[in-house]
Design a protein around this ligand. Structure first.
Ligand SMILES: [Ca+2]
Ligand SMILES: [Ca+2]
Length: 217
């Protein structure tokens, strides 16, 4: 959907004052000049990442997260994506430009070592705005695929390889970096303290023993 304004090319002053909102130029206006700018849609996300979240302080280490909006129809192609920081309260606002109001989209979340997580149902923007909270109930995620942490629900961590399953491959990747005392922003840092060590190994190991894997439509 585009918002714009059109006018006659013969007019030195430019545009008429008529505004329009359409995916195409208004009928009969093929020979006119128009400008447009994509409308911005704002998505307000609430989510927490297991290893990064501390239930005692009810806060998390801020980190980047990517949201994909996906079609409601199989095979659920990606329609738009945005990446930003999730703050210490687990909140972030994402801007999208290539979507429409009143259209259902699955919300898919990706994080450097978080398990890929989808909304349980499709969600629609109204008046260019949508909010969704993954922390207040396990049913918010497709397949109830969230882990309880205190009174909240968090996204599983430890999928270092980002293949949708937390298993020994991930644990070994973390072990290898831990053996080399890697201290930087890497996917094997499962608790966000910039060190890869045994704490990270344990987080992934515990999930691997429970055969944690992604759940999606
Ligand atoms: Ca994996
Ligand atoms: Ca760490």
């Amino acid at each position: 959907m585009y918002w714009g304004r059109y006018g006659d090319l013969s007019s030195a002053s430019g545009c008429e004052t008529t505004s329009w909102s359409s995916s195409t130029a208004p009928p009969g206006r093929a020979n006119t000049r128009f400008t447009y700018s994509p409308a911005t849609f704002v998505f307000d996300l609430t989510a927490s990442i297991e290893g990064f979240y501390d239930p005692n302080s009810n806060s998390m280490i801020s980190d980047t997260i990517t949201v994909y909006l996906r079609s409601s129809d199989s095979p659920f192609p990606k329609i738009d994506s945005a990446k930003t920081y999730l703050n210490s309260s687990g909140q972030a606002s994402f801007d999208f430009n290539n979507i429409s109001n009143n259209t259902g989209y699955y919300i898919q979340i990706k994080h450097r070592n978080g398990l890929e997580t989808w909304s349980s149902t499709v969600q629609s923007f109204t008046s260019n705005r949508l909010g969704y909270d993954f922390t207040d109930n396990s049913t918010k995620a497709y397949g109830d695929n969230l882990k309880q942490a205190g009174t909240k629900w968090v996204i599983y961590t430890g999928d270092v390889s980002q293949d949708g399953i937390i298993d020994l491959t991930d644990v070994i990747d973390i072990l290898n970096n831990a053996a080399e005392f890697i201290s930087s922003y890497v996917s094997t840092d499962v608790n966000g303290d910039n060190f890869t060590d045994l704490e990270d190994v344990l987080l992934a190991y515990n999930n691997s023993t429970c055969f944690v894997e992604k759940s999606s439509p």
